[in-house]
Design a binder for this molecule. Structure first.
Ligand code: ADP
Ligand code: MG
Length: 729
């Protein structure tokens, strides 16, 4: 048992001591404590069961039923030994959060008592009775059954005294109703296509693995202030609030000293992460005040994604222990940076080669260029889809603002990689092939490692950047399930690699040697996908025009961006790779449009209420103070003198009256727009109406409220202001 030591830190406002539970043990002693990892499996499972389970995990086999029973028995024992009383299938429906339904281990013993029981059947498959998860019409009520099935590649864990079993969630008819199912399919598609290509360079390769290292940005707000802001409570963002006089303009928050109260929270969070096997490693302040980041060491993508989903629940829980609330919303505050979740993505072989890292030999470098070029080709071909994969009502607030994601997907390579790619495109393939067989020649492929040593020209404006040994998909939103982006990216790359392999094979069959065939084909795809490469300023207006000329997707309306999922190229790509069929894609888009509408609808209702019930009455109260003042001034100083003294108040009275009136009119307008939109049956059309007619009202109303905030007596103002929300000391 761990002994606890207490660290006392100062709380910002009250100077109250906050105890932090720091285990006396070192991280390696509690790391993975609540994970049924191989070490626990070995300890709790019979030898034969252990071997069969590990074999099934490593070789992607299905688990025989007898083995499942034996695994369930061992897993239950381990869970009970660690305080668990319940178990749940833990899955990722299309709501961007996780879902769980807890069952206790108890069963009747037939003698009036209870036994703790857990069988292979319960471990492997369940039928969640809730038919209310978003499903885009796939599960209408008469076929309401959905199944959750154990994903053995992600280990079970204990959270809140409950054994959680990571599962996929599919409909009775086999369609995916979650993020994990298509993610696993996409990873397996890229494995298959990537392995076929990687075998050219190393015949020993059996698998290509996908790695993901996410960087989670978030805001912290004091719990009491959070509770006093109904907009934060209900929508996760501030729907009003004038900019604070000081925000991020001094650039003093990024990498600055972490406030002690926050540090205590971070430490607590890291310890909880480590107990759950999440390899949290980096923490720091972000650009905006009260904004922070946590990043783990990268892992295999499916596990990394589960860990991110887990982190998003954990971070909320731990924050509340410290009287904080976490905001995972992409844009909780206007006028300062929003939050994203960079997805550092790479491919690697089971023989240990990172495929986006330059190697030591010419063939390794040719392999590196092969995978980079194919990624560029895939991103080019599906740039609209990749944008759709990161898009949501909440991330839409970052679109086109001066932070990733710009509304256009492009790839930053940096000058050194660009030079190499350019050289390949321009040179005669035969020369290049013969060069690559020799050793020390300029621009010989073996030069790449020297060239790549320094990768300093990193471009923060790019939504998709090469960063030395990986690509960073930066456009992903902070509240998103990373799987969405990972599904689109890996499927697109799988399709591209498969076609590349076929094209090279054709050249080889026609008599070209393999190296030349690969180089020839690289040239073809690089030329075709030139348009995706952009190293300049992604936020500039010139780029928007340039991108349009290049034929890149420049759509900015969130509901229309989703259309990219249903383009003929997307449907073909997802079906060829076996990731999703057309019915699944259509259903998912229904969900996306519906979610978009609901988010804006809730915001519109909350803002309408706040404007009418909170803001206008307070402004009116202040108005009456001013009117009173004017009357009194004129009583005391009759005539011109009184009029002159009251001038400023009269001006303010006029202003407040104007804003009040404008708010009332705009709210009425918004209600009208909402009512009209609500009548629309078609989810896509409805979302478009919400985007075009309801969402703009939010900004107009806010404008007037923010003006009032600057005029009305500070003591009367009913909501905590930005300057109070944003500075934890
Ligand atoms: P940044 O400067 O962008 O904050 P970091 O050094 O903090 O970069 O790393 C960000 C993330 O990238 C970490 O999660 C790290 O583990 C991950 N990462 C590093 N190399 C790879 C790789 N080859 N594939 C995937 N993720 C990686
Ligand atoms: Mg990064």
């Amino acid at each position: 048992m761990s002994t606890l030591r207490f660290k006392v830190v100062e709380e910002a406002n009250s100077h109250k001591a906050i105890p932090v539970n720091i285990p006396i043990e070192r991280p390696q002693q509690y790391y993975g404590k609540y994970v049924f990892n191989r070490q626990k499996m070995f300890e709790y499972l019979p030898k034969k069961t252990y071997a069969a389970l590990v074999d099934a995990i490593d070789n992607k086999k299905t688990l025989p039923r007898e083995v499942a029973d034996s695994v369930a028995e061992g897993m239950k024992q381990w869970a009970i030994d660690n305080g668990a009383r319940h178990y749940t299938h833990w899955f990722q429906p299309l709501t961007e959060t996780t879902a769980e339904k807890h069952d206790a281990f108890v069963e009747h013993d037939g003698k009036g008592g209870m036994v703790e029981e857990f069988t292979g059947k319960l471990l492997v498959q369940q039928e969640p009775d809730a038919s209310s998860f978003p499903n885009g019409g796939i599960r209408n009520t008469f076929e309401a059954r959905g199944y959750s099935a154990w994903d053995i590649s992600s280990p079970a864990f204990i959270m809140d005294n409950t054994l959680c079993i990571p599962t996929i969630f599919i409909s009775y008819t086999g369609e995916s109703l979650d993020y994990k199912t298509p993610l696993l399919r996409a990873l397996s598609a890229v494995d298959e296509a990537g392995t076929a290509v990687a075998k050219w360079f190393d015949p020993k390769v059996k698998h290509v693995l996908t790695y993901l290292g996410w960087e989670q940005e978030y805001f912290l707000v004091d719990e009491a202030l959070f509770s006093a802001r109904p907009d934060l409570v209900m929508t996760g963002r501030t729907l009003m609030g004038h900019e604070s006089a000081k925000n991020q303009q001094l650039e003093d928050h990024y990498f600055g000293a972490i406030p002690s109260r926050v540090e205590a929270f971070m430490l607590d969070l890291e310890i909880e992460c480590h107990k759950l096997g999440i390899p949290a490693k980096t923490r720091h302040n972000e650009v905006a005040p009260n904004q922070f980041e946590l990043a783990p060491i990268f892992e295999e993508a499916n596990l990394a994604n589960d860990h991110n989903m887990l982190l998003m629940s954990l971070i909320n829980e731990v924050a509340r222990r410290h009287n904080f609330r976490v905001l995972l919303h992409e844009k909780p505050f206007a006028g300062i940076n929003g939050s994203g979740k960079h997805n550092n993505w790479s491919l690697g072989t089971d023989t240990g080669t990172l495929l986006f890292a330059p190697g030591k030999t010419q063939m390794e470098n040719l392999q590196f260029i092969t995978f980079v070029a194919n990624t560029m080709a895939a991103v080019h071909r599906h740039n609209g889809l990749l944008k759709a994969s990161i898009m949501s009502a909440t991330n839409g607030h970052r679109l086109g603002a001066n932070e990733a994601p710009p509304a256009i997907i492009s790839i930053f390579t940096g000058s050194q990689l660009a030079e190499i790619l350019n050289h390949i495109v321009k040179s005669d393939t035969k020369d290049l092939a013969s060069l690559s067989k020799k050793t020390e020649l300029s621009m010989d492929l073996s030069q790449i490692p020297n060239l790549m040593i320094d990768n300093t020209d990193r471009n923060r404006t790019s939504p998709f950047a090469f960063t030395g040994n990986r690509f960073e998909f930066r456009a992903v939103g902070s509240s998103a399930n990373c799987a969405s982006a990972m599904i689109a990216l890996n499927s697109a790359v799988a399709e591209q690699l498969k076609e590349f392999k076929e094209a090279v094979d054709k050249r080889v069959a026609a008599g070209t040697d393999l190296t030349s065939a690969i180089l020839e084909e690289i040239k073809v795809i690089l030329k075709k996908s030139e348009a995706i490469h952009f190293d300049g300023n992604g936020y500039s207006d010139e780029w928007k025009e340039e991108a349009r000329r290049r034929g890149l997707d420049c759509e900015t309306s969130v509901p229309l961006i989703f259309d990219a999922y249903l383009s003929p190229e997307s449907i073909e790509m997802f079906s060829k790779t076996g990731v999703m069929n057309e019915r699944e894609l259509k259903a998912r888009n229904e969900v996306k449009w519906e979610m978009y509408t609901k988010k804006i609808q809730i915001e519109a209702r909350v803002l309408g209420d706040l404007a009418i019930n909170h803001i206008i009455p307070v402004a009116a109260r202040y108005l009456s103070v001013l009117l009173d003042n004017v009357t009194k001034l004129q009583n005391v100083f009759p005539g011109d003198k009184g009029r002159e003294l009251a001038e400023q108040d009269i001006y303010t009275i006029q202003k407040i009256t104007d804003h009040n009136k404008a708010i009332q009119l705009e709210v009425a307008e918004m209600v009208k727009a909402r009512k009209a939109a609500n009548k629309i049956e078609d989810e896509r059309e409805k979302a478009i109406a919400y985007h075009d007619t309801v969402a703009p009202c939010l900004d107009k109303i806010r404008y007037h409220i923010d003006k009032l905030e600057l005029m009305v007596d500070n003591e009367m103002w009913p909501l905590p202001k930005y300057r109070e929300l944003l500075f934890i000391r």
